[in-house]
Design a protein around this ligand. Structure first.
Ligand code: SF4
Length: 406
């Protein structure tokens, strides 16, 4: 099998794996198998077809927004799509009838580096099915990263997956090679994981490595990390497959964000995969995934505590309203916040005001009192959204803020 065919096999389904903010590319990127001239003809003729786009995605190439806001084309792929585990939701599970492919570390490193040299990909997200145990699989992932960094002098973006059961030394080595590492918890606690992936051990195989990452970051100098920095850490939860509620997911998310300093917790609304034990389960409502993201940002960036989340009696967030708006309606409608006196954490609780807006208000207040609603709009505040919950100089806003001239 040639490299392109193998890449297509291992990269199949990688759109299901959130790693960076990947989406449909807004520009054309040359996938493997398209000679540069062929690509140029496609672009110049304006016939950047959906077939080209589909081919690009089939090889695992996705346009991604990086943590620093820059966009790049990322190869999201697997070292092997063979797996000895049997997680009930996963397309790569052992008992599924599915054509697999495996790369050797040198072969994968060379394949990606050729794509990098040709301008087809600027970053790599490398994961793997588990083959021969978590430790051996992790060794092969690290070997691939070592070849890229040491032999091929690749200095670009690298996101490495940590395998269930990897050892502490391997986590440390991965942290010295990668810009980002991830360990997917999949479920918020051991009981839910047993229902989702019966042969994974929540505490020892998944949570423990995430704790090691933070222990290493705290105890070892950052100069030992790649480019003198420790990598960021992310995880993912499968949402809605085994009856867990949002309290469970967000309690674990709060621990990960606030205690282990994860950059991001990803949520993936369950969608049944044919030929798996869950193939007749109903898919989860995508709005639930969206509300969980909003709530996780409140925990990470808005200084909200779990106790403040507007859960329904069943322990889930309301789907019809964003959690910050639900909190504000319950707490600020009768007791609006005075913009000229509020602390930063109080400003952050007002709909329409984010971290940048709160800082802009504090900075503007140092220059003088805020009297005019139009001043708030100039500071980037969504004033119409904030209006029901605030006072400015002791006054309620006029009714039709949106009709005001800019
Ligand atoms: S270990 Fe990973 S690749 Fe293997 S079945 Fe489970 S989720 Fe899928």
């Amino acid at each position: 099998m040639d490299t392109e065919a193998k890449l297509a096999l291992v990269s199949d389904q990688m759109h299901l794996e959130p790693a960076e903010e990947t989406g449909v590319a807004g520009r054309v990127v040359a996938p493997c198998g398209f000679a540069p001239d062929e690509l140029r003809n496609v672009v110049e003729s304006g016939a950047a077809s959906s077939a080209l786009e589909a081919k690009k995605n089939s090889l695992g190439l996705y346009d991604a927004a990086m943590p620093n806001g820059k966009r790049m084309t990322m190869l999201k792929t697997l070292l092997t799509s063979a797996c000895e585990r049997d997680c009930y939701y996963c397309p790569f599970r052992a008992k599924r009838n599915y054509r697999r492919a495996t790369f050797k570390p040198e072969e994968m490193a060379q394949a990606f580096h050729q794509m990098f040299d040709a301008g087809m990909a600027q970053g790599l997200f490398l994961s793997s099915g588990v083959a021969g145990g978590g430790v051996r699989t992790q060794d092969r992932l690290i070997a691939t990263a070592e070849i890229l960094r040491r032999k091929l002098n690749y200095t670009g973006y690298l996101h490495l997956k940590i395998m269930p059961g990897a050892e502490r030394e391997q986590v440390f080595r991965a942290m010295q090679l990668a810009d980002r590492i991830s360990i997917n918890l999949e479920a918020p606690n051991a009981n839910r994981l047993t229902a989702l992936a019966p042969h994974k051990n929540f505490a020892e195989e998944l949570l423990r490595p995430l704790q090691w990452v933070e222990e290493i970051r705290k105890s070892q100098p950052a100069r030992l990390g790649w480019n003198g920095r420790w990598p960021s850490t992310v995880t993912q939860f499968v949402v809605g497959a085994v009856g867990e509620n949002d309290v469970e997911i967000l309690s674990t998310s709060a621990y990960l964000i606030q205690q282990l300093r994860l950059t991001r917790t990803y949520y993936s609304a369950f969608s049944p995969v044919p030929d798996t034990p869950f193939d007749n389960h109903a898919p989860e409502n995508p709005w639930r995934e969206h509300r969980l993201y909003q709530a996780s940002f409140l925990l990470r960036d808005y200084q909200f505590e779990m106790e403040e989340m507007p859960f329904n009696r069943d322990g889930n967030l309301p789907l019809e309203v964003d959690p910050k708006m639900a909190w504000a309606r319950a707490h600020l409608t009768e007791h609006p916040t005075e913009v000229n006196r509020a602390e930063r954490n109080e400003l952050l609780r007002i709909p329409g005001i984010g971290p940048k807006g709160a800082d802009a208000i504090l900075s503007a207040r140092r220059r003088g009192h805020l009297h005019d609603w139009r001043d708030l709009e100039k500071l980037g505040i969504a004033a119409a959204r904030a209006a029901p919950f605030v006072l400015l100089d002791g006054k309620r806003p006029p009714h039709q803020l949106s009709l005001w001239p800019a």
